[in-house]
Design a binder for this molecule. Structure first.
Ligand code: SD4
Length: 290
């Protein structure tokens, strides 16, 4: 099998897929491309759900979750990491230079310091103002597709047909202190099995974690379903277990070894970015709720 390299990412993050796509065209590995691709959004101060400029928790702390998976099945992740702009790169270091898969909070920060990462205050002026405004009413309600849903989950396939994935987020805006979402949980926000394909998730992490969505999507593909069918089947299982699905959004995105893509969400509004052969596009996913 020889498929043209391809990169896809949740939401309209074409700058990220374009970066990864350009690297893949130049022969980069899927792992390098996926890391550098999501770093584009981690550095983007305008993206209030990822990395620098992310919305804080209700105590004003920006806390980041990120994960990465390599074609050989290795994985690394960080949860509740503060003051580091590129959590995905810390996750990669955890994968490659520690005996562990996941590091949390202070330990993750300490590890990052020993690996030469820079300490940086990530709370932007805009995010600080949004938080102050939120503090006036203190009403916690994730809003479908807006504000709370801009996590980047990315899948890349390189010229050798190897697949890698990454997922990085500041989590839900104004979450409780200590809250960790699906994005750094291997199998929930991200899963790659290089024999079969990969999947990433975005949306309400609490629903995704209970469903282990990305692992489920990949297992469905292993059983012969297309990426589209697999996303639909996994998402319908979330809906079945949640009477209140009308109140939250989940989007799933998958790629198989043939480079076929599938995406499905509960509500309209979920899109994914795609770069292949230097062509960038933004594709609307199909969805369940009318
Ligand atoms: C979380 N799934 O922390 C993430 C949020 C998200 O776009 O996807 N935002 O629950």
């Amino acid at each position: 099998q020889n498929t043209e390299p391809i990169s896809v990412a949740t939401w309209n993050f074409q700058n990220a897929t374009a970066k990864a796509g350009a690297m893949l065209s130049n022969g980069a590995s899927a792992l390098d491309a996926v890391e550098q691709g999501v770093r584009v959004e981690e550095a983007n101060i305008k993206n209030t759900t990822v990395g620098n400029g992310g919305y804080p928790d209700r105590n004003g702390n920006v806390t980041l979750d990120a994960s990465i998976m390599a074609p050989n099945g290795d994985a690394g992740s960080v949860v509740y990491l503060k003051d580091i702009q590129h959590p995905v790169s810390v996750a990669r270091k955890v994968m490659e230079e520690s005996p562990h898969v996941m590091l949390a909070g202070e330990g993750a920060f300490h590890f990052a310091m020993t690996k030469g990462f820079e300490r940086k205050d990530l709370l932007s002026q805009e995010s600080k103002e949004a938080w102050r405004k939120w503090m006036k009413e203190k009403k916690y309600k994730p809003i479908i597709n807006i504000e709370n849903h801009d996590t980047i989950g990315m899948l890349c396939m390189d010229k050798n047909n190897d697949i890698a994935g990454a997922c990085t987020t500041s989590g839900l805006a104004f979450k409780m202190i200590g809250r960790v979402g699906d994005s750094p949980i291997i199998g929930s926000g991200l899963f790659v099995d290089n024999e079969v394909g990969g999947a990433v998730a975005t949306g309400l992490g609490e629903a995704i974690m209970k469903n282990v969505s990305s692992f489920l999507v990949v297992e469905f593909m292993r059983n012969g379903y297309s990426p589209q069918e697999a996303c639909e089947m996994a998402l319908k299982r979330i809906i079945k277990g949640n009477g209140n699905y009308k109140e939250f959004q989940v989007g799933l995105l998958a790629m198989n070894k043939a480079g076929k893509i599938g995406a499905y969400s509960i509500h309209s509004g979920f899109t994914y970015a795609k770069t292949q052969k230097n062509l960038n596009s933004n594709v609307s996913s199909s969805y369940y709720s009318k």
